[in-house]
Design a protein around this ligand. Structure first.
Ligand code: S3P
Length: 424
């Protein structure tokens, strides 16, 4: 296990640049490209560099897709005679369960120790409604096996979780079914899959949250993956912590399901400017500038908690260095991520000398000064990076043990953080 020690000691920084390719969109670009079975290949540019994307790529290779540079081609996906290893990546496992639910042979998907503890029962009812056979281990965890006896049929489904992964799994199966399907859920989910399907003429929204999938072939396409707002968020947070600092990130995904953290930053009193510059298959992309402000307190709940879900450990760090009392609720899903992020976020803040308390579905943080100290990343990339951001304002250095976890989404993050701090 490696550790990283960080400490910022200098004037306010001003930084402009780009961040690695978006993780959610990289998974989807690879999967959409591997699902289109034409003679010409699809092109995928700007893929995220993290281990999770390598997991999707190697899983698709095991299913028969071919990758040559930016070119992705496929003659249809068929399971190998062994389980597919999805590594640490829940998105890989859940989305591929949907993709392969249309296959006549059994596909078995599994992962590392962390992924093999995560909940998969949520996939069963939506995929079974389409006629798939789905099996999970006794604890509702991987391995997950899927197949379809005959052809998948279209079906309407409503789920009670605002989960983009479950919705996408259903939609990627439904697009291969014999008739139309519909999925509804609570609001706040990132709707990348829905927007791309709509762009390709394979679906339409029936309401703000209900999406109708029309079956059909996914065309050959070019995918330009924009920057990852969930990675940019670490740099935005660093800027927010320092009066007079600013960070501008160019070309990040601005899907409304991804911009909750920007609303939280505004709530804390930071300056946030957003400019939409284009779109990729109907999904907005643009530039974001965050300037340091007085940090107050925020209340995060309901759809905002979903729209900022992956950034909630960072919300905890900001709140611990702010002035008021921050409440995060309706975020019980944090317990099902790469670590129990309610426990690990609260533990991180306390190890840094801050005041935080876990609740059933979130946490409460009382603002103050952060001392610094040693943090255990608990094998969770977002905890490792959030702790690194805290070093922007701690009185003493922060040592992150298990720092290598950051490579799941952003190898090189700690160097990037230091170069942001030293830019003028
Ligand atoms: C993701 C959806 C979210 C998010 C995860 C990536 C996706 O998970 O937390 O990091 O790419 O669809 P849920 O769908 O489980 O909420």
């Amino acid at each position: 296990m490696s550790s990283a020690t960080l400490f910022r000691d200098g004037p306010p920084f001003r930084w402009t640049g780009s961040v690695p390719g978006d993780k959610s969109l990289s998974h989807r670009a690879l999967i959409f490209a591997a699902l289109s079975t034409h003679r010409r290949p699809s092109i995928v540019r700007g893929l995220g560099p993290g281990a999770d994307i390598a997991s999707t790529r190697s899983a698709l290779t095991a299913l028969g897709a071919r990758f040559e540079g930016e070119r992705v081609s496929s003659r249809g996906l068929r399971p190998p005679d062994h389980p597919i290893d999805c590594g640490n990546s829940g998105t890989t496992l859940r989305l591929l369960a949907g993709v392969m639910a249309a296959g006549s042979e059994i596909t078995t998907l599994t992962g590392d120790a962390s992924l093999n503890r995560r909940p998969m029962r949520r996939l069963v009812a939506p995929l079974e409604a389409l006629g798939a056979e789905v099996n999970v281990a006794a604890g509702g965890t991987p391995p997950v096996s899927v197949r379809c006896g005959g052809a998948l049929r279209g079906a309407p489904v409503a789920i009670d979780l605002a989960s983009a992964q479950v919705r996408s799994a259903f939609e990627l199966a439904a697009v291969q079914a014999a008739g139309s399907s519909k999925i509804d859920s609570p609001a706040g989910f990132r709707d990348h899959t829905e927007r791309w399907l709509r762009h390709f003429g394979l679906g339409l929204y029936a309401s703000d949250t209900a999406f109708v999938v029309e079956p059909g072939p996914i065309p050959v396409a070019e995918y330009h993956v924009p920057g990852d707002p969930s990675s940019a968020a670490y740099l935005w947070a660093a800027a927010a912590l320092v009066r007079g600092a600013s960070v501008q990130t160019r070309g990040v995904s601005l899907n409304p399901g991804r911009t909750g953290f920007l609303d939280v930053l505004r709530g804390f009193g930071a300056g946030v400017e957003v400019q939409v510059t284009g779109e990729i298959h109907g999904d907005p992309v643009g530039d974001v500038t965050v300037t340091g402000g007085l940090l107050g307190e925020v209340k995060v709940s309901g759809p905002l908690a979903v729209r900022a879900l992956d950034e909630l450990p960072l919300v905890g760090v900001l709140a611990a260095a702010a002035e008021g009392e921050t409440h995060v609720a309706d975020a019980g899903e944090l317990r099902t991520k790469e670590s129990d992020r309610i426990a690990t976020t609260v533990g991180m803040i306390r190890s840094l000398g801050g005041t935080a308390e876990a609740t059933g579905d979130g946490f409460v943080v009382i603002g103050g000064k952060l001392r610094g100290g040693r943090i255990d990343a608990a094998g969770d990339h977002r905890i490792a990076m959030a702790a690194g951001v805290a070093a922007t304002v701690t009185e003493e250095p922060v040592t992150v043990s298990g720092a290598e976890a950051a490579a799941v989404s952003w190898p090189g993050f700690f160097d990037a953080m230091e170069s942001v701090w030293s830019s003028r």
